[in-house]
Design a protein around this ligand. Structure first.
Ligand SMILES: O=c1[nH]cnc2c1ncn2[C@H]1C[C@H](O)[C@@H](CO)O1
Ligand SMILES: [Zn+2]
Length: 371
């Protein structure tokens, strides 16, 4: 029996790839835009939500990214940024997420006169408010920041320094994002080398809008700890008609080294990186036991949540609670949180959560059987 959305919603979940500026509530975008006089495609929350989702469905990463102009525009003041951050935590907690790493590009939030540090502090304060509100509502969640540099711009060194500066105030890592084709990660090699010297962690969006060379550079030139998406690693895997599988050198490296793949199925369909959920490489990569994690990417643009992503995968691939636990443990193991905290979340929160749900399901099945 396929897991229902309600059951999945109650399971402890971990998200490593979620953009702060891609997860606003449509009603919040409308309110914040009205406060600053920003013109939106629609002033009605429901139709604005639909506009974001439909405009993101083009099959092109570049077009998908254009929709962020509106979310970024309303996140230029301290209070607005803190509000979005607090609501993000509440929404994730309500979805049953117990640990999240949420990313955004501080350099995109300076138009209202804030400094880079003030932007990071506004997000820090918003996350703290969100964690407190969620806790008060009986939903414990831990949320950390990843600071993104835009790959077409030239501020990655500054943002890497910012991530190191705020490493003890809730920032656990660094990332680069934006259009991939034409902007190889090696453009930012000085930032990555600096982070390595600082013993800092970073992930790189790679293998989404561009293929294997991007993944290879991210790992072997830049030293990425994780891959944002990484779906195109499938191009280095051959499945013969008899079902036997041959990994190329790069795919073998990714699997052997347990390089975490931050996979975001719905987003990949919207940007054309995958054809459908059923044909998404996550099915094969999971079967081959790559270090797969499941993520939302942009909850607003994709009208998604961790529960929805996992439910779609359960329907497409027949996954059950043990698979969902495997995704959650994979993600928790791959998080940039210190090891002892990761272990505590795995042993004290994730595993007991899945055990309780598994027991509940077993009883329910026995009772149905008796009737
Ligand atoms: O999936 C993505 N690929 C590349 N860039 C992305 C993706 N989702 C969001 N972004 C960009 C747009 C945001 O403004 C920026 C920082 O969160 O990151
Ligand atoms: Zn992303």
């Amino acid at each position: 029996m396929t897991l229902s959305q309600q059951e999945i919603a109650r399971a402890p979940k971990v998200v490593l790839h979620d953009h702060l500026d891609g997860g606003l509530r449509p009603a919040t975008v409308v309110e914040l835009a009205a406060e600053i006089g920003h013109q939106l495609p629609s002033a009605d929350a429901a139709s604005l939500g639909r506009w974001f989702q439909e405009s993101s469905d083009s099959g092109s990463l570049e077009r998908y990214l254009e929709t962020f102009d509106h979310t970024v525009a309303v996140m230029q003041q301290k209070d607005a940024i803190a509000r979005v951050a607090a609501e993000c935590v509440e929404d994730l907690a309500n979805d049953g997420v117990v640990y999240a790493e949420v990313r955004y590009a501080p350099e995109q939030h300076l138009e209202g006169g804030l400094t880079l540090g003030e932007v990071v502090e506004a997000v820090r304060d918003g996350f703290a408010i969100g964690e407190r509100r969620a806790g008060a509502a009986g939903r414990q969640i831990v949320v950390r920041q990843l600071l993104t540099a835009m790959r077409h711009a030239a501020r990655s060194m500054e943002i890497a320094e910012l991530a190191v500066h705020y490493r003890d105030q809730g920032v656990v890592g660094f990332d680069i994002a934006g259009a991939e084709a034409g902007y190889p990660p090696t453009r930012h090699i000085d930032a990555f080398e600096y982070l390595q010297r600082e013993n800092a962690h970073f992930t790189i969006h790679a293998g989404e809008g561009f293929g294997l060379p991007s993944i290879w550079q991210a790992l072997q030139w830049c030293g990425a700890d994780r891959l944002g998406h990484g779906v195109r690693i499938i191009d280095d895997i051959e499945v013969a008609p008899d079902g036997s599988v041959q990994l190329g050198r790069l795919a073998a490296y990714v699997r052997d080294k347990r390089v975490p793949l931050e996979m975001c199925p719905t987003s990949n369909i919207q940007t054309g990186a995958a054809k459908s959920i059923e044909e998404h490489p996550i099915g094969l990569l999971t079967r081959l036991r790559f270090r797969v994690t499941v993520n939302t990417d942009n909850r607003l643009m994709s009208d998604t949540s961790m529960t929805k992503e996992l439910h779609r995968l359960c329907e497409a691939f027949g996954y059950g609670l043990s698979d969902l636990q495997w995704f959650a443990v994979n993600a928790m193991k791959s998080a940039f949180l210190p090891f002892d905290r990761r272990l505590a979340l795995i042993n004290d929160v994730i595993k007991p959560g899945y055990s309780a749900l598994t027991a509940e399901r077993a009883f329910a099945q026995m009772q149905t059987g008796r009737a």
